[in-house]
Design a protein around this ligand. Structure first.
Ligand code: UDP
Length: 377
C-alpha cells in the first residue's frame, strides 16, 4: 500500500491521544509515518514537551516553532498554516491526521483540505466551552474522515452534515494506554517527580478564552480554595491559551508551600499513574471528564470549559466561586471510588484505527465533500 501518513501534534493533550496510533503506523510495513511537532511542545515555559515526542523513537519527526510566548492565537494559526504548508509540499503525505480542538489541528485541516490531501480528525463531535467548541467543529467540517469516541459524537457529526460512512467509532485512544500494563508504579512516579506525599489531588485548570476578563479573579478564587482546603496537590500548568498568564501569576502563591508540587507538564504515562492514585482531580481539563471516570476517580469540574460535555456521577460541577470550590474539596473526600466508566471507549482504539487504514477503502474517499441532509427537503 505504502501510503504516507503525517500526524500533527501541538500539545501534550493531543500527543497522549495520538501516540499509540503513531506507534502502530510507524511500526507498520504498509505505511510511511511522519510527525509534525509544533505548538506548546516547542515552548520551554510549558515543559518543552517535544522531548516526549523524540523519546518515543519515531523515525521521521519534523519540529516547527509556530509562536513566541504571548503571540495571539490567530497569528499562531497563521504561522502554523505557513510552516505546515511548506512542509507538506516537500513531504507530500496521502493523509494528515489531526486531533481535537486546538488551532494546530485547525491549521492541519485547512492545509490538508486546501491541498487536496485527505484529513482525518480524531475525537470530533465532542462538546466543550471556550473557543475550543468552535475550533473542533470547524476542524470536523474541513476533514474527510472522522474517528470518534462514541455514538453520541458520531451523531453530532451527522448533525453537522458529515457523511455517516466516513465516521468511525473507535473510542478515545488514550484509554488504550490507561488500560495497558505500560503505566509506571506510583512509587516510580513519586520518585521521578519528587512527590513526597501519598494522598493528593491533581490540579489542572486552563483559561477560558471567552471569559478572559475574569481569568485572574477565577484563578485567585481557585488558589485561595486550594490553600484553605488543607489537602496536598500536584499542580500542572495550564495550556498556553490567552489568559494562561493570569493563572500562572496566581500559582506563584503556591510555590513555597510544601503541600503543593507544581510542574509545567508531566509525561503522559506518569500523569496517568498519578491520576489513577489521586484522591480527586480538580480544574477544567478534559482529563477530569474523559480519563478520571475510567479510573473511577472523582472530578471537581470548575466553570464552563467542559460545559455539556459529559455527565457522570463522579463529576461534580461547580462555578469559579471560592465557597463552591472549597465545599467541593470537602465533599469529594467522602465519596467512594466508582466502577470504571467506558463511555469514551474500551481501550481498543488503535486496533480499530489500524483496521480502517489497512482495509483500504478510505484511500478512495472523495476530497469533494457533500453536505448530508438529515431530513428530506
Ligand atoms: N496530560 C499529560 N500530562 C500532563 C497533563 C495532562 O499527559 O501533565 C494529558 C492528559 O492525560 C490528557 C490531556 O493531556 O490526556 C489533557 O490535557 P490538558 O488538560 O492539558 O488539555 P485539555 O484536553 O483539557 O484541553
Amino acid at each position: 500500500m505504502n501510503k504516507k501518513i503525517l500526524f500533527l501534534t501541538g500539545t501534550r493533550a493531543d500527543f497522549g491521544k495520538l501516540k499509540s496510533l503513531i506507534r502502530a503506523v510507524d511500526d507498520s510495513p504498509l505505511f510511511e509515518c511522519s510527525i509534525f511537532a509544533t505548538g506548546m511542545h516547542t515552548l520551554s515555559r510549558y515543559g518543552n514537551t517535544v522531548e516526549e515526542v523524540y523519546k518515543e523513537g519515531y523515525k521521521n519527526i519534523h519540529t516547527f516553532m509556530n509562536q513566541i510566548h504571548g503571540e495571539p492565537m490567530d497569528l499562531v494559526l497563521a504561522n502554523t498554516i505557513g510552516g505546515l504548508s511548506r512542509f507538506i509540499h516537500e513531504d507530500k503525505p496521502d493523509l494528515i491526521v489531526v486531533h481535537g480542538d486546538r488551532i494546530e489541528a485547525l491549521a492541519g485541516a485547512i492545509v490538508g483540505s486546501l491541498n487536496n490531501i485527505l484529513v482525518a480528525h480524531i475525537e470530533g463531535g465532542e462538546l466543550s466551552g471556550t473557543i475550543d467548541e468552535s475550533i473542533r467543529h470547524s476542524v470536523s467540517k474541513l476533514s474527510h474522515l472522522h474517528f470518534v469516541a462514541n455514538k453520541q459524537a458520531a451523531a453530532r457529526l451527522e448533525q453537522l452534515g458529515e457523511k455517516t460512512e466516513n465516521i468511525y467509532v473507535i473510542g478515545s485512544p488514550d484509554i488504550d494506554i490507561m488500560l495497558s500494563d505500560k503505566l509506571p508504579s506510583l512509587s516510580d512516579a513519586q520518585k521521578r517527580y519528587n512527590i513526597h506525599f501519598e494522598s493528593f489531588g491533581i490540579v489542572l485548570y486552563h483559561p477560558v478564552t471567552t471569559e478572559i476578563e475574569h481569568m485572574r479573579e477565577y484563578a485567585s478564587q481557585l488558589v485561595r480554595a486550594l490553600i484553605d482546603s488543607g489537602h496536598n496537590y500536584v499542580v500542572i500548568y495550564p495550556n498556553n491559551d490567552m489568559g494562561s498568564n493570569d493563572i500562572l501569576a496566581e500559582y506563584k502563591k503556591l510555590e513555597k508551600i510544601p503541600r503543593f508540587r507544581i510542574f509545567p507538564s508531566v509525561r503522559f504515562e506518569y500523569f496517568l499513574t498519578l491520576l489513577k492514585n489521586a484522591q480527586f482531580i480538580i480544574g477544567n481539563s478534559s482529563a477530569g471528564i474523559h480519563e478520571a471516570p475510567v479510573f473511577g476517580l472523582s472530578t471537581i469540574n470548575i466553570g464552563t470549559r467542559q460545559q455539556n460535555r459529559f455527565f457522570h456521577s463522579s463529576i461534580y460541577h461547580v462555578s469559579n466561586d471560592y465557597s463552591e470550590i472549597i465545599q467541593a474539596t470537602k465533599n469529594v473526600l467522602n465519596t467512594v471510588r466508582r466502577e470504571p466508566c467506558f463511555s469514551f471507549g474500551l481501550g481498543n482504539s488503535t486496533a480499530l484505527f489500524m483496521k480502517v487504514l489497512e482495509e483500504g477503502a478510505i484511500w478512495q474517499t472523495s476530497k469533494q465533500k457533500h453536505f448530508q441532509e438529515l431530513l428530506p427537503r
